[in-house]
Ligand binder design. Structure first.
Ligand SMILES: [Ca+2]
Length: 562
């Protein structure tokens, strides 16, 4: 008899617990609209272990996501069609929308103020979107004029050094001019220190037929239609249009800077003397783009005397004896300080948003998931023991798998970054945050970094002596130079527009940018005459340059709290 009572009590307790569980554990749902990741399809992604791990992370917060993933080139039209109708997704990749489109959605009451959802956060999201949190930078630029936060961006924290211009991500994107050191040595020539030296060295390389093919083809290769090319930096030109000079807190147009006319004249000299070919329209980057691929192709002819690359480049496309050294900056014009591009170590980019009809509790559960260390590690490193290892002594995370499509599909192993980022889920990469190496991978000065165990042991074991020498030269230059953001500041640090600003940009910016992109090449090919520079500036102003510049400046003013 006693036994039965006990059983009944257990049964009642179990039933009442189930009752509580079902009230609390009601599955929350969100619909998601994103675009196909390049390389791997959504169907393929769903077959991987990493995908299951991701689903489990959301499930642990009682959340189920229902995905609609469209082709990359169709996301803009699908998004616009969807937003015009009634069946709006709860969460979507908003990057293809213009600023004016986004503001329009806010003004029509179609977007959820993320602050409202954060009230339901169980901790991680409230913390990370708050002061000192990882997403603080996103709150800063995505807060609209009415105080609501209707969008948020991807964020990342990289291995970096703190500078007066902000955090400098040191291991990737360390752009520098590189010169054939082995050719300088063979001719017993010193490192060029002036523009005249550069010309003389290039002439000497051709005269002495350094590559031995009987052709005067040894040359500097330049990305002509951009000021993101190293040479422009010698003339103090910002690497991108409307880039922010963080020292003066101003929006800068390189084509209007003091060094621009001397820059064009120097390029003209290189072209006229056959020391640079206009047909070499290359980008700094070692592959992955058509301009980067062209650089690799040219390199196979063993004729690249100088190019804009990265300090840690391995030069696999060059002949085996080629040795490149990072060039110290050249001051091209007296009174104009040369500049460098640096990749910011703490940044935000791209845009995501929730529609007003999304359940704020589900939104909180979503944000609570993506704001965890678990998600950030999954994005950046993947799954421990499968795609990364943690050194038990140093705590250093090492990614051990491959990012190549063929390898992912043959091994079934991938990190989150390759599957969902920049497509239908946000990025929260924190490479410098989770890799502990006797402390976080973040230093107070270049010297501190160069003397760190991470640099002298870990990096030194991964790169050649020459690559490490180039990194050191790069650091020494960065320490002295005026620094600009490697990425486009527009969209990265510019806070949201007002509707009036968005309309000005819609009206003028595309034409202005097209004109600027073609301007330098037009001088070099004789379409324009550099002696007639002033009339080009007048033309630019007549198509709205000053209006666009004023909007960008107003945005930077808000960013800096002016
Ligand atoms: Ca030659």
């Amino acid at each position: 008899m006693k036994k039965i009572v006990c059983l009944a009590l257990v049964l009642i307790m179990a039933l009442s617990m189930m009752g509580i569980a079902s009230a609390e554990g009601e599955t929350l749902k969100l619909t998601v609209l994103g675009r196909q990741r390049s390389g791997i399809t959504f169907e393929e992604t769903q077959t991987l272990h990493a995908w299951q791990v991701l689903c489990d992370m959301f499930k642990a917060n009682n959340l189920e996501l229902e995905y609609t993933v469209v082709e990359r080139d169709q996301i803009a039209s699908v998004l616009n069609a969807t937003l015009a109708g009634s069946d709006i997704p709860d969460f979507f990749y908003a990057n293809p929308l213009s600023d004016a489109d986004c503001i329009n959605l806010i003004d029509r009451g179609m977007m959820l103020d993320i602050n409202e959802a954060l009230k339901y956060s169980k901790g991680p999201a409230a913390k990370e979107f708050g002061e000192g949190g990882l997403y603080e930078i996103s709150r800063q630029i995505h807060t609209y004029t009415d105080g609501g936060m209707y969008f948020f961006g991807n964020v990342s924290k990289q291995i970096s050094i703190d500078t007066a211009y902000g955090s400098h991500a040191i291991v990737g994107n360390n752009c520098t001019m590189l010169i054939r050191q082995d050719w300088l040595d063979r001719l017993n020539l010193p490192m060029p220190k002036t523009l005249e030296d550069v010309v003389n060295v290039l002439v000497a390389f051709q005269e002495n037929d350094m590559n031995g093919n009987g052709i005067k083809d040894e040359r500097i290769v330049i990305d002509w239609d951009s000021t993101f090319n190293g040479v422009a930096g010698w003339f103090g030109l910002a690497p991108q249009v409307f880039q922010c000079n963080r020292l003066e807190k101003t929006a800068v147009v390189p084509e209007l800077q003091e060094g621009y006319v001397p820059y064009v004249k120097f390029l003209q000299e290189l072209v006229d003397k056959g020391l640079a070919y206009l047909s070499d329209e290359v980008s700094y980057y070692n592959g992955g783009t058509s301009e980067g691929d062209l650089l690799n192709t040219i390199m196979q002819d063993d004729c690249v005397a100088m190019y804009y690359g990265v300090a840690l480049a391995d030069h696999t496309f060059q002949s085996a004896e080629a040795v490149y050294t990072a060039m110290p900056l050249i001051q091209a014009v007296e009174g104009i300080e040369p500049i460098m591009n640096i990749s910011h170590g703490y940044k935000v980019w791209s845009r995501w948003g929730f529609s007003a009809k999304a359940d704020p509790k589900a939104v909180a559960a979503f944000l609570d998931t993506i704001c965890t260390q678990e998600y950030a590690k999954w994005v950046t490193f993947g799954i421990e023991g499968e795609t990364y290892e943690v050194d038990p002594d140093s705590g250093l995370y090492t990614f051990t798998a491959s990012n190549k499509y063929e390898d992912i599909m043959s091994t079934g192993k991938a990190r989150g970054y390759m599957l969902v980022i920049d497509s239908f889920l946000p990025d929260a990469s924190q490479i410098g945050w989770y890799q502990q190496y006797y402390g976080p991978l973040n230093w107070k000065s270049y010297d501190e970094f160069l003397n760190s165990e991470y640099c002298t042991k870990t990096l030194a074991s991964q790169y050649t002596e020459n690559q490490m020498k180039n990194l050191k030269i790069y650091c020494e230059e960065a320490q002295k130079a005026l620094l600009y953001n490697f990425n486009n500041d527009v969209g990265m640090i510019t806070p949201m527009n007002t509707l009036e600003e968005a309309e000005v940009l819609d009206m003028y910016e595309a034409d202005v940018k097209t004109y600027l992109k073609e301007m330098t090449v037009n001088f070099l090919t004789g379409v324009y005459d550099i002696n007639d520079y002033e009339s080009c500036v007048e033309e630019l102003n007549s198509i709205g340059l000053q209006d666009v510049l004023a909007v960008r400046q107003a945005q930077y003013d808000r960013y800096f709290g002016k």
